[in-house]
Design a protein around this ligand. Structure first.
Ligand SMILES: Cc1cc2nc3c(=O)[nH]c(=O)nc-3n(C[C@H](O)[C@H](O)[C@H](O)COP(=O)(O)OP(=O)(O)OC[C@H]3O[C@@H](n4cnc5c(N)ncnc54)[C@H](O)[C@@H]3O)c2cc1C
Length: 363
């Protein structure tokens, strides 16, 4: 069957906090954005329970309810949604082409808000409740959930920088943090290891694998973990009230790897002063380009920035790119010092304002 062809000015891949905030801004700018939900409509917050740090909700709000609010707000201004998955993209020229099973989507500007996924161990008890104890003592985000573990004994699984950072952060709340690692040494950088070793609230269990997370929703969630010593093969149970899996994140960016510049892990590189990628007209926001903050509010903030960048770009205004230069939709490049414009045919002209003329770029 022939695919349906859709052509839009702004297409947003992803409906987490970044994508839906971009949609709210683009829709209010009358750009009639199209949001593609992908495999997880509403994004990562739909698999959590209480969100206590999203501003504007003094009493906290359930993750799925928060994302319904985002979507409703985006719909109110005319955002269009598609429940489908983008499997392939061609970003060689505008309009960019996105392939889903049913559609060929042509986008004048593209906002990538495809997020990231925490890596999990794949052991029993780890899945989101009700299948497992995710959200009931199992977490992959200390900044998000550490607050709920005040005075409790918890374990952190991992041996890299993420695990050290999470373990150190969690000692603010937990009575005891036990770091469980499969090897007899850490992968983390020296400075992060030193901080963890010096922290009197952190213990280490070496050469140990977590086999299962124990507990039930009825008994209040996590009660312990089943461990195996990898040297002796001996199994044991370790009592705890929380388990933080800290073995890293994977950005959902594989489909862009032939087109967009990324770091070693796959986080998309953006310009710094804008959310522009290396492809003119493609912007990235949220966890897909943020390996550091990874919060709903920062994702929303960069979603707002990406939408404003797309608006400017469609209005043929210059948008900052990574080199410090600015680029327009017509391919004019304004030099970083704002003194020159390189035209699409290579001609270089002055951007110094002569009397009676207007400059391109700058404040
Ligand atoms: C369990 C848990 C609890 C958390 N708790 C908090 C908290 O309390 N406070 C907080 O601030 N943050 C919290 N976070 C972090 C927060 O959820 C993320 O930082 C935020 O959701 C990132 O938003 P995003 O829009 O960038 O990406 P995501 O929320 O990851 O959304 C990505 C979107 O992209 C879509 N997508 C991916 N690939 C494709 C594709 N190929 N085609 C189409 N669509 C695609 C997905 O379906 C999804 O809609 C938590 C995260 C987790 C996992």
């Amino acid at each position: 069957m022939a695919k349906e062809i859709l052509h839009r000015e702004v297409v947003i891949i992803g409906s987490g906090p970044a994508g839906l905030t971009a949609a709210i801004y683009a829709a209010r700018a009358d750009l009639k954005p199209l949001v593609i939900h992908g495999p997880q409509p509403g994004g990562q917050l739909t698999i959590t329970t209480e969100v206590e740090n999203y501003p504007g909700f003094a009493e906290g709000i359930q993750g799925p309810a928060l994302m319904e609010q985002f979507e409703e707000q985006a719909r109110r201004f005319g955002t269009e949604f598609l429940i489908t998955f983008v499997g392939e993209v061609d970003l060689s020229k505008r309009p960019f082409i996105l392939q889903t099973d049913e559609h060929e989507i042509r986008a004048e500007t593209l906002i990538v808000a495809s997020g990231a996924s925490a890596k999990w161990l794949g052991i029993p008890g780890e899945a989101p409740a009700p299948q497992g104890l995710g959200g009931m003592g199992v977490s992959a985000c200390a900044t998000c959930d550490g607050f709920f573990f005040r005075g409790k004994s918890i374990v952190v699984v991992g041996g890299g920088d993420t695990a050290m950072e999470e373990a150190n952060f969690l000692t603010r709340y937990a009575s005891r943090v036990t770091l469980i690692h499969r090897r007899d040494h850490l992968r983390a950088s020296k400075i992060m290891q030193d901080k963890a070793f010096k922290n009197p609230k952190i213990d280490f269990l070496w050469n140990t694998e977590v086999k299962e997370i124990l507990g039930t929703p009825e008994t209040g969630g996590v009660t312990g973990v089943r461990l195996a010593n990898l040297e002796t093969g001996e199994e044991s149970t370790f009592d705890c009230e929380g388990v933080f899996i800290a073995i890293g994140h994977k950005p959902n960016t594989d489909i862009f790897k032939d087109w967009l510049e990324m770091d070693d892990v796959g986080y998309i590189k953006t310009a710094g002063r804008s959310m522009a990628t290396n492809v003119s007209g493609v912007f990235a926001c949220g966890d897909a380009q943020d390996s550091f903050y990874r919060q709903a509010v920062t994702a929303a903030g960069t979603g707002c920035m990406a939408a404003i960048d797309a608006e400017r770009y469609l209005d043929n205004l210059p948008v900052p790119i990574a080199s410090g230069e600015e680029i327009t939709i017509e391919g004019e490049i304004v030099s970083a010092d704002h003194e020159q414009i390189t035209m699409p045919d290579g001609e270089v002209i002055s951007n110094i304002v002569e009397e009676g003329e207007a400059a391109v770029g700058g404040d």
